[in-house]
Design a protein around this ligand. Structure first.
Ligand code: G3H
Ligand code: 13P
Ligand code: ZN
Length: 340
C-alpha cells in the first residue's frame, strides 16, 4: 500500500484507545528495524525524519528507502512524517517530496532554539495547515517548548522551562485547525532528561489531563519519550562507552498519557542507544572484524527489539489490519468539506 495519512492512523488509534510510536530514521538499517518490528507485532507505524536526517540522507535517499518499505511491507500502514519542521518552506519541501505528514514546530523560531511568540506560532502553523490539508497531508503543531537540544533543535534547559498552558493550547487548536498537538509536560530530547529516577510528579501529567479535557478530539503528541533504559546504557558503558547515569520517561507515564489522549509518542534516543551498544560490543569482542555487516546486523536487531517492545507497550500491536488506508486525495476532500 502507498504511504498513508497520519491523521487516519491517529483517528484509528483514538477509536481503539491506543498510542502509536513515531520512530526517527536516518538510514536503511533503521527503516528496516522499524518495518521488521511492525511486521512481527502487526503494527501500523509512523516513521519520521528530522531536518538533520533529511540532510544526512540527501533527502531523496531516505524518501526512496521509504518507498521500498511500502513495497516490501505492503500490509503495514506506514506514515512518513517530518519531525520538527522549522518553517513553512521546510514543510513544503517535505510535502512536495511525498511525506504524508509534517510537523510545523512554530514553538521555536526558524533557528530551532529561540522560543517564539503565540502569534508567530499561529501564523506559521495555520499557513502549513492550509498548504498540507489541500493535499490531504496531516499537520502536527507544538505549543510550549521541549527541553534539551538535538542536532541544534530544542529550547535547551530542562523540560520544565516552557510548559504548555491548557487554555492557550485550546486557543491554538481553534485558530490553526491542526490534526495533532505536541505538548510540553516536562520531557526533553536526548539521553539526559532526568538526573534521578522520575517520581510520579516529575512529569506534569495533570497538565496533560487538563489539555485533553479541553481538547478531547485533538490527538496529543508526546515528544522526548525515550525511556533511556539502564540495560541499554550498561551495554554501551560495558563496551567502552562513557554515558553518565541518566533517566528517561517511564513507560507507565506514557501509558497514562495514552489513557488521556496521547496518540503519537516520539522515540529516537532509545534506538540510538540500542544501535550504539550493539556496535560497540562487536568492536570490543571482535576487533579483527571490518565488514560493516558484522556490526550493522546486530545493531539492526537491537533496534528492532526496542521498537517491537514499544509497539506492544503503546498498544499499536495487532492493529495493522484493522482498516483500509484512505488515499491522500480523499483526505484532502474530507478536509475541504469540514472547512466549508
Ligand atoms: O527531535 C529530535 C530527534 O531525536 C531527531 O534528532 O535532529 O538529531 O535528527 P536529530
Ligand atoms: P527522544 O530523544 O526522547 O527519543 O525524543 C525524540 C523526539 O521527540 C523526536 O521528535
Ligand atoms: Zn521532538
Amino acid at each position: 500500500m502507498p504511504l498513508v495519512s497520519m491523521r487516519q492512523v491517529l483517528d484509528e488509534a483514538a477509536k481503539g484507545g491506543y498510542g502509536v510510536g513515531a520512530f526517527n530514521v536516518n538510514n536503511m538499517e533503521q527503516i528496516q528495524s522499524i518495518m521488521e518490528a511492525a511486521r512481527e507485532t502487526q503494527s501500523p507505524v509512523i516513521v519520521q525524519a528530522s531536518r538533520g536526517a533529511r540532510a544526512y540522507s540527501q533527502d531523496r535517499f531516505l524518501y526512496h528507502l521509504m518507498i521500498a518499505a511500502t513495497e516490501l511491507y505492503p500490509e503495514i500502514p506506514t506514515v512518513l512524517h517530518l519531525d520538527h519542521g522549522n518553517s513553512p518552506e521546510t514543510c513544503k519541501s517535505a510535502i512536495d517530496m511525498g511525506f504524508t505528514s509534517v510537523m510545523m514546530d512554530g514553538s521555536l523560531m526558524p533557528d530551532g532554539k529561540t522560543p517564539s511568540t503565540f502569534e508567530y506560532n499561529v501564523e506559521v502553523t495555520k499557513k502549513v495547515v492550509e498548504m498540507a490539508h489541500a493535499k490531504g497531508v496531516t499537520v502536527e503543531g507544538e505549543i510550549g517548548c521541549l527541553g534539551g537540544i538535538e542536532d541544534g533543535h530544542g529550547s535547551g534547559g530542562s523540560g520544565l522551562d516552557h510548559l504548555t498552558d491548557p487554555a492557550q493550547a485550546e486557543e491554538f487548536v481553534k485558530l490553526t485547525g491542526l490534526d495533532a498537538l505536541a505538548i510540553a509536560i516536562g520531557t526533553s530530547h536526548g539521553a539526559y532528561k532526568f538526573a534521578k529516577q522520575p517520581s510520579g510528579d516529575t512529569l506534569k501529567m495533570e497538565t496533560l489531563i487538563a489539555i485533553h479535557k479541553r481538547l478531547p478530539n485533538t490527538h496529543l503528541v508526546m515528544h522526548g519519550s525515550s525511556s533511556v533504559p539502564k540495560d541499554l546504557q550498561d551495554i554501551i558503558n560495558q563496551y567502552g562507552g562513557k554515558l553518565k547515569p541518566t533517566w528517561g520517561v517511564p513507560v507507565e507515564e506514557i501509558q497514562l498519557g495514552i489513557k488521556n489522549g496521547v496518540r503519537k509518542i516520539n522515540v529516537d534516543t532509545d534506538n540510538r542507544l540500542a544501535i550504539t551498544g550493539a556496535i560497540r560490543k562487536v568492536f570490543m569482542e571482535k576487533p579483527e572484524e571490518f565488514d560493516p555487516r558484522s556490526y550493522m546486523k546486530p545493531a539492526r536487531e537491537a533496534m528492532k527489539k526496542v521498537v517491537a517492545l514499544r509497539m506492544t507497550q503503546f498498544g499499536q500491536a495487532g492493529h495493522a489490519k484493522d482498516y483500509t488506508p484512505i488515499p491522500l486525495a480523499e483526505m484532502a476532500k474530507k478536509y475541504e468539506a469540514v472547512a466549508v
